[in-house]
Ligand binder design. Structure first.
Ligand SMILES: Cc1cc2nc3c(=O)[nH]c(=O)nc-3n(C[C@H](O)[C@H](O)[C@H](O)COP(=O)(O)OP(=O)(O)OC[C@H]3O[C@@H](n4cnc5c(N)ncnc54)[C@H](O)[C@@H]3O)c2cc1C
Length: 393
């Protein structure tokens, strides 16, 4: 689609074409809705992420019939997760079950593109380049479409029954609808990461020492994402001038073993830095609009759960939109929050970086319990009306 051809009516316009938006658009299109998916970035563009997908995310790809496509890429299977508390190592094998044979950590250039292609294959129109400029409203204030702006300034008007903001933490849809934030996290991590070539795939490795956390996550092209994190205060005091030096010093402080493994070799790519942002939950529905993914619910990245939540909530929202009432959108937000509240609290507590190693272990056990509940809830979506979330079946 080009130029003025865009001016038409859709059942849904989705702003933001990454895990939340592309997943939602795909599901809506598969259910026969006419969908326009818009992103100001290019198809397959990279973005900030340390890439780890938890079991819930892999399960969603399996349930949506996309896991085989991911396996056909060079994304390596991750068959164990190791936690290092100081010098103590606890390795947990990933048990194959429910169609999930391993965890995966695809580059965003791979997974976001795969989801966008699946949305397009399901019949969604996809536009890369234009940005959402304005929402269109009826006289009673209900959102009834969007105005998107091409890079050359050309404006296009699109009508829609619902406009979905999957446009990330700094969501324009949230700004334009004045969606209030009703939960705030208190703590934030600063993170620096890059990609190392040639390391052995030893599964996901998470290292902890008081005040620091470091991770090694195998990804595409034989590279391993190595992240270093500490409190945002420490990041802001020390990291800004030299991300490489900060990364090295946090890795050395947290894990001599990993520091040795990296040795004096150079990473394969630039260093990425994230100065932190407090977690938040935003009202994610209103007349003619909804939010999904980071736009509606953001957590500190230390628990590596944003992609998993985005894929989960894409399905919850798609079911609510198919149901077709404003009440279903309220239920979408309530269900999301029920599944997220405890994980939100644990993430916030881990991001405080004031724990002992024993306390960190307990928090990770609680996290694991939350993630198991989330997987059960997703499996319940296929199991019929007697299970959790049945109100959105
Ligand atoms: C440092 C860091 C590390 C992380 N590591 C992990 C991890 O290991 N595992 C994990 O699960 N999660 C991780 N996350 C979180 C994860 O990246 C996010 O939760 C996830 O990207 C959210 O996806 P999304 O689709 O909601 O939004 P986003 O990925 O933010 O995508 C939003 C899209 O909307 C588009 N957009 C924005 N505004 C407009 C507009 N006005 N018009 C058109 N398009 C627009 C943008 O171009 C973008 O493509 C990490 C986050 C950070 C910051």
């Amino acid at each position: 689609m080009r130029g003025s051809e865009v001016q038409r009516a859709y059942d849904a316009v989705v702003i933001g074409a990454r895990c939340a938006g592309a997943g939602t658009a795909m599901l809506l299109a598969r259910h026969g809705l006419s969908v326009l998916l818009v992103d100001r970035d290019q198809h397959g563009a990279d973005t900030l992420s340390t890439l780890a997908m938890m079991r819930a995310a892999v399960l969603q790809l399996h349930r949506w019939g996309l896991l085989d496509q991911l396996r056909e890429t060079d994304t390596p299977p991750i068959t164990s997760t190791s936690f290092f508390y100081g010098d103590e190592e606890i390795t947990v094998p990933i048990k194959p079950r429910d169609g999930v044979d391993a965890l995966y950590a695809p580059r965003r250039t791979v997974i976001d593109a795969l989801l966008v292609d699946a949305a397009r294959a399901a019949g969604a129109d996809v536009l890369h380049g234009p940005r959402l400029a304005e929402l269109r409203r009826r006289e009673d204030g209900r959102v009834c479409g969007a105005v998107v702006e091409e890079r050359d300034g050309t404006l296009h008007r699109v009508d829609a029954e619902i406009v979905i903001g999957a446009d990330g933490l700094r969501s324009t849809v949230a700004k334009l609808t004045e969606a209030p934030v009703y939960r705030h996290g208190r703590y934030t991590s600063g993170v620096v990461y890059t990609f190392w070539p040639g390391l052995e795939n030893r599964g996901n490795r998470w290292y902890y020492r008081p005040g620091t956390a470091v991770g090694a996550i195998p990804t595409n092209e034989g590279k391993t994402c190595i992240f270093a994190s500490a409190s945002a205060d420490r990041f802001n005091a020390d990291a800004k001038g030299d991300l490489a030096a900060w990364h090295r010093s946090v890795v050395e402080e947290c894990s001599a073993e990993l520091a040795d493994e990296l040795g004096s070799a150079e990473p394969a790519e630039r260093y990425w830095g994230f100065p932190g942002h407090p977690g938040q939950m935003r009202q994610s529905y209103g007349p003619g609009w909804a939010l999904v993914g980071d736009a509606g619910y953001f957590k500190d990245p230390i628990t590596a759960h944003g992609i998993s939540d985005a894929l989960r909530d894409a399905e919850l929202l798609a079911r609510a939109v198919q149901y077709g009432t404003d009440e279903a959108l309220i239920t979408y937000q309530m269900t999301r929050d029920e599944l997220s509240n405890e994980l939100f609290d644990i993430t916030d507590a881990i991001a405080a970086y004031d724990w002992t190693l024993d306390e960190a272990k307990v928090m990770h056990l609680t996290l694991s319990k939350c993630m198991n509940q989330e997987v059960e809830a997703l499996l319940g979506l296929d199991a019929g009306p007697s299970v959790n979330l049945a109100h959105l079946d």
